[in-house]
Design a protein around this ligand. Structure first.
Ligand code: PLP
Length: 367
C-alpha cells in the first residue's frame, strides 16, 4: 500500500501515465479479489467496506423490483437488517427467516414463505459473525431461484476463512470486507452478477463500471488485493491452525461448570466461538478480561443495565438473561496455544470468583 500513499498518488481515473499506473494496480487487486472467490474480475465492485457492499446489494437489487417482498434471515448483520428496514415504508415489505437453536436458517420456513410468489430478494449470510454458524447457502439459493427471487449473501465473515466459490453459492451478489482477512479497514467489495438488473446507490463519475461512483481509494484497494491473495494462498494452513486452537478453547470451556456454549454442533467458522458464564454480564466480563490483557467482544449492547441482548442469540431462542452474558472470542492467525491456555486459566479464575456486575440483576437473581 505504501507506494500508493507516498509516490504513486495519481487518480486511477486519469488518463496520464501515473493515472494509468494506479489503474493497473487496481486492476491487479480486482483480479486478486476475484480469484479469492473464483470469479471473473469484471464482477467485482469495490466499495468502502462490507457495510456499503451490503447496502449496495439490498437496495440496488430491489430498486428495479418495486412492490415485491424481501426475506431476510433474523441473524443478519445490521448492515443487511437496517438496509432492509430502510426500505419498509418506501413500497417494500420485509419478512423474516427464522433460525434453529444452532443458529442455522430454517429451510422449511423459507420454502413456505417463498411459496407466496411475491419475494423479490432473499438475504442469508454465509457465516454468522457472533456464533460462527455456517449457513446452508447453496440450498437457500436453490429455493430462492426456483421461486424467481434474487439472493444476496453477506460473506464478510466466511471469505478467507473457508473455501468460498462465488458460483457455488448460487447468489446474485456477495459482500466482502478487507479487514476481516487482514486487509485495511474501510474497503470491501460486492461481487455482482452483472446479468441482473441493478441500481447504483452513489451517482457521479462512471467508476466501478458505473455501479459505485467516486474516486477509488487506490492504496486501500491494493491492500485488499494483497490480503486476498495471501488469504487464498494460506487459507488451508490458517484454517487448520485456527480450528485446532478453537478445539483447545472449546475443550477448556466445556470444563467450566454451568457454561453455555452457543451454536451447538452447527458447522462453523474455524475462529469464532460464543459462550456465557452463569451469573456474569457480558460487558463486565469483557472489561475484566481486558484488564488481564485479553481482548474479546460481548454479544450484547449492554450498558449500565439498559442493554439489549444480541439479536442473534434471541433469534436462536436463547433466554434473554443468558444472552446478556454472551462473550464472543475471535481467534486470529497470530494467536498461540499458550494464549488460549492462558485465557482459559484467567476465565476459570474469574468464574470461581465473585460474580461481576450484571445488566439486570432482577432478571439474573433467580438463576
Ligand atoms: N457483515 C458482517 C457479517 C460483518 O461481520 C461485518 C463487520 O463486522 C460487516 C458486514 C460490516 O463490514 P465493514 O466493517 O467492512 O463495514
Amino acid at each position: 500500500m505504501l507506494p500508493y500513499l507516498r509516490a504513486s498518488w495519481a487518480n486511477a481515473a486519469s488518463l496520464h501515465g501515473p493515472g494509468r499506473a494506479a489503474r493497473a494496480a487496481i486492476d491487479q487487486a480486482r483480479e486478486q479479489v476475484a480469484a479469492l472467490v473464483d470469479t471473473h474480475p469484471s464482477q467485482i465492485v469495490f466499495t468502502a467496506g462490507g457495510t456499503e457492499a451490503d447496502n449496495l446489494a439490498v437496495k440496488g437489487l430491489v430498486a428495479p423490483r418495486p412492490g415485491r417482498r424481501l426475506l431476510i434471515s433474523t441473524i443478519e448483520h445490521p448492515a443487511v437488517l437496517e438496509s432492509a428496514q430502510a426500505l419498509v415504508g418506501r413500497g417494500w415489505r420485509v419478512g423474516w427467516i427464522p433460525v434453529d437453536a444452532g443458529g442455522r436458517v430454517r429451510l422449511d420456513v423459507l420454502r413456505e414463505q417463498l411459496s407466496s410468489g411475491d419475494v423479490g430478494l432473499v438475504a442469508v449470510m454465509a457465516a454468522n459473525n457472533e456464533t460462527g454458524a455456517v449457513q446452508p447457502v447453496a440450498e437457500v439459493a436453490e429455493l430462492a431461484r426456483a421461486a424467481g427471487a434474487l439472493l444476496h449473501v453477506d460473506a464478510v465473515q466466511m471469505a478467507g476463512k473457508l473455501a468460498l466459490r462465488y458460483a457455488d453459492t448460487g447468489a446474485h451478489s456477495l459482500a466482502l470486507s478487507a479487514h476481516k482477512l487482514y486487509g485495511p479497514k474501510g474497503v470491501g467489495a460486492l461481487v455482482l452478477d452483472k446479468a441482473v438488473e441493478f441500481e447504483a446507490l452513489l451517482h457521479g463519475g462512471g467508476h466501478e463500471h458505473g455501479l459505485r461512483a467516486g474516486t477509488q481509494n487506490t492504496a486501500a484497494i491494493v491492500g485488499f488485493g494483497a490480503a486476498a491473495a495471501l488469504a487464498a494462498e494460506q487459507r488451508e494452513q490458517r484454517r487448520s491452525q485456527l480450528a485446532s486452537l478453537r478445539e483447545t478453547l472449546l475443550a477448556g470451556l466445556r470444563s467450566i461448570p454451568g457454561i453455555t456454549l452457543f451454536g451447538g454442533d452447527a458447522p462453523c467458522l474455524p475462529n469464532t466461538l460464543q459462550f456465557a458464564l452463569p451469573g456474569f454480564e457480558g460487558e463486565s466480563l469483557l472489561m475484566a478480561l481486558d484488564k488481564r490483557g485479553v481482548a474479546v467482544s460481548s454479544g450484547s449492547a449492554c450498558a449500565a443495565g439498559s442493554g439489549e441482548p444480541s439479536h442473534v442469540l434471541m433469534a436462536m431462542g436463547v433466554d434473554a438473561s443468558v444472552a446478556r452474558g454472551a462473550i464472543r472470542v475471535s481467534l486470529g492467525r497470530d494467536n498461540s496455544r499458550e494464549e488460549v491456555e492462558n485465557f482459559l486459566v484467567i476465565l476459570q479464575e474469574l468464574a470461581s470468583g465473585p460474580s461481576l456486575a450484571r445488566c439486570n440483576p432482577s432478571v439474573l437473581a433467580g438463576q
